[in-house]
Design a protein around this ligand. Structure first.
Ligand SMILES: Cc1cc2nc3c(=O)[nH]c(=O)nc-3n(C[C@H](O)[C@H](O)[C@H](O)COP(=O)(O)OP(=O)(O)OC[C@H]3O[C@@H](n4cnc5c(N)ncnc54)[C@H](O)[C@@H]3O)c2cc1C
Length: 394
């Protein structure tokens, strides 16, 4: 298996053949992908070398030190964090070769067409229909909602109902949807922050060739589990330095503005600082476990901690700043390309973190997952498991 020395050698070779100072950004990223140094744990030919995931840091550190461009991962969080591992696990060879390179480079941004007005926590109840035309293309009709970044995306991961006559989990199929199809209508949804990061997406006679089906017909729920487990890790398991993320902002304000300090705020800041550090180290442990394979339900625990801490810390920061904390930088409707927690003011962080306990599975639903699948506690009563989807009350 490829080790540290081999990765260092290959990285040095890449830098020598494509000096960052004189190489076009996209050309450099393409060369990096082709050298297997994009995500080193991916297979050869698909941007990796089959190396341990933990060695990615060897490549990243050397490239950063050399001033090489990165793939601006935050712009394509859904693509990198969720679509890519799902395509890797369930895609055909042709699909992997077509989609992974432009995805990693950032040429093609992805979004996630899962939630619907009547199917959020109970995602398996979804009603968007995909009907196959004489063994050819699939024709999709329905409405999706809360679709982050749909306005910037070239492709979407989509789950749709292909068989309404079987129980809800069984009749779902997973597709790759072309967001430039004339039947895709993306409309902004404005959030509490004033921005419209997400959208409602109406799908009217959208045509999807069968070659863009991911996994088997009716196997979409199983495929979607890979996406959802990776989503929770992507949200909750980010690599952060000490005092990275929101606690760093609050601690900096504390240090720089002694006039704002009170005894009560001091106690709360210390408690949150310790909890943030514990969560950061637990996330590191989770990433180490990932070396051994796909994430499981443990990611739900990290995502829970991340949501609670972000909300408590941003609330503390607003309080710490007193009246100034109530100011807000910009209420004009914007269509941001990414969520920027650290580059904005405390008011933004406070408002945006409200969504943290909803996106990627609500806190209540994740607690159920931890209770049932991690702790082995009795499951919630589920009366609709054996009923055909078409016979469910909606
Ligand atoms: C910022 C943001 C970005 C998002 N981006 C995307 C995206 O890109 N793509 C996408 O497909 N979706 C996206 N979502 C949607 C998100 O996944 C859903 O909002 C979420 O799954 C909850 O579904 P819902 O909104 O329909 O709420 P509901 O499911 O209607 O839940 C309402 C309330 O009931 C509670 N509840 C529901 N079921 C249970 C239960 N069994 N036990 C206890 N309590 C329960 C919930 O916790 C919640 O408090 C995003 C959401 C947000 C906030």
């Amino acid at each position: 298996m490829t080790g540290t020395a081999e990765l260092e050698r290959r990285t040095a070779e890449l830098l020598a053949a494509h000096p960052p100072a004189t190489t076009d950004r996209l050309d450099f990223l393409k060369a990096r992908f082709d050298a297997g140094l994009a995500w080193v744990h991916y297979p050869e030919g698909l941007g990796g070398l089959g190396a341990p995931r933990s060695l990615q840091v060897v490549v990243d550190t050397a490239l950063e030190a050399a001033g090489a461009p990165d793939n601006d991962a935050r712009r394509n969080g859904i693509g990198l964090g969720m679509a890519a591992p799902t395509i890797l696990k369930y895609g055909t060879e042709e699909q992997k070769r077509r989609y992974l390179r432009p995805l990693w480079i950032g040429e093609e941004v992805w979004c996630q067409l899962f939630s619907e007005p009547g199917a959020g926590s109970d995602l398996a109840a979804l009603g968007t229909r995909a009907v196959r035309e004489d063994g050819g293309d699939w024709v999709v009709n329905g409405q999706k909602v809360w679709t982050s970044g749909a306005h910037n995306s070239r492709w979407a991961i989509l789950i749709a109902r292909t068989d309404p006559t079987v129980p809800k989990h069984a009749g779902i199929t997973y597709f790759i949807c072309d967001m430039t199809d004339p039947g895709v209508d993306v409309r902004p949804l404005r959030q509490i922050t004033g921005e419209a990061e997400f959208n409602e997406v109406f799908l009217t006679d959208v045509r999807i060739p069968d070659a863009r089906r991911l996994g088997g017909i009716g196997d979409g729920w199983r495929v979607a589990q890979t996406t959802l487990n990776n989503e929770r890790v992507a949200i909750g398991g980010m690599r952060l330095p000490r005092e990275g993320g929101m606690i760093g902002k609050a601690a900096t304000t504390w240090r720089e503005r002694p006039e704002l300090r009170t005894h009560d705020l001091h106690q709360r800041l210390l408690k949150l600082w310790v909890e943030s550090e514990a969560a950061r180290l637990t996330a590191e442990r989770l990433r180490q476990q990932l070396v051994a394979g796909q994430p499981g339900p443990e990611g739900a625990g990290m995502k829970l901690a991340f949501a609670r801490l972000n909300q408590e810390i941003s609330g503390l920061e607003v309080e710490l700043r007193g009246e100034e904390g109530l100011l807000y930088d910009d209420w004009t409707m914007r269509r941001p390309e990414l969520v920027d927690f650290t580059g904005r003011d405390a008011g933004y962080r406070y408002l945006r973190s409200k969504g943290n306990s909803i996106e990627g599975g609500t806190t209540e639903v994740l607690l159920n997952i931890v209770a049932e699948r991690v702790l082995g506690l009795p499951s919630e009563p589920r009366t609709d498991k054996d009923v055909a989807w078409k016979d469910l009350a909606r």
